[in-house]
Design a protein around this ligand. Structure first.
Ligand code: ITT
Length: 194
């Protein structure tokens, strides 16, 4: 018999858009994600892997339950990967228009989003990643999503931006969906439901 409680995993995030994207996806895969809006400890580090790992271990000290932390960033080739690990800070300071200004005149508009999902249950620490390649648009388009969605177009759907997609459409391509799908494959194969 399935123990339903064992399929519950807390998602430490204050970003409801991230939660909606991830929970919609995992729900269909049989995992019940619960939003836990704890203040995620974000260390200064040079990679999103380090940020997510540290935050997951730290969050467990407060929650004592299986949990996920996800850290994501937008990496722009012409800016040597900026904003990358500083994406949240860049979004709240220079914002979308500031990023457009930085890439103005650059021939190479390629960029990628990467998401790291860090799972920790007190014993096992597992890291999963997902990436989507695309381009920075000249101007914001679309009203859906969050963050840099209006200026990022995945190469599979160019020139449509993430902000012109429904959550379901974004989940077919996004860095977050890819990282969470990798997590769900491992989780459903590994965690003992009996
Ligand atoms: P939590 O730490 O509470 O989970 P956050 O919004 O701070 O939420 P991140 O640190 O993972 O999330 O993300 C850093 C920034 O990168 C985020 O604020 C957005 O501006 C941007 N970002 C991440 N994923 C994105 C996506 O799917 N679409 C657009 N922008 C995204």
């Amino acid at each position: 018999m399935k123990d339903v409680k064992k399929t519950e995993v807390a998602f430490i995030t204050q970003n409801k858009h991230k939660f909606i994207e991830a929970s919609g996806l995992l729900d269909r895969l049989g995992i019940n994600l619960i939003m836990a809006p704890l203040n995620k400890m974000e260390i200064q580090a040079s990679t999103i892997q380090e940020v997510a790992t540290y935050a997951a271990l730290e969050a467990y000290e407060h929650l004592h339950k299986p949990l996920i932390v996800e850290d994501a960033g937008l990496f722009v080739k012409a800016l040597n990967g900026f904003p990358g690990v500083y994406s949240s800070y860049a979004f709240t300071t220079i914002g979308i228009n500031g990023l457009i200004a930085l890439v103005k005149g650059k021939k190479d508009r390629s960029a990628f989003f990467e998401a790291i999902v860090a799972y920790f249950d007190g014993v096992e620490l597992k890291i999963f990643s997902g990436r989507v390649d695309g381009f920075i648009l000249n101007k914001p388009v679309g009203k859906n999503g969050f963050g840099f969605d209006p200026i990022f177009s995945p190469k599979e759907s160019f020139p449509k931006s993430f902000a012109q997609m429904s959550t379901r459409q974004k989940n077919k391509l996004s860095h977050r969906a890819r990282a969470f799908i990798a997590f769900s494959k491992w989780y459903t194969n590994t965690v003992n439901y009996t």
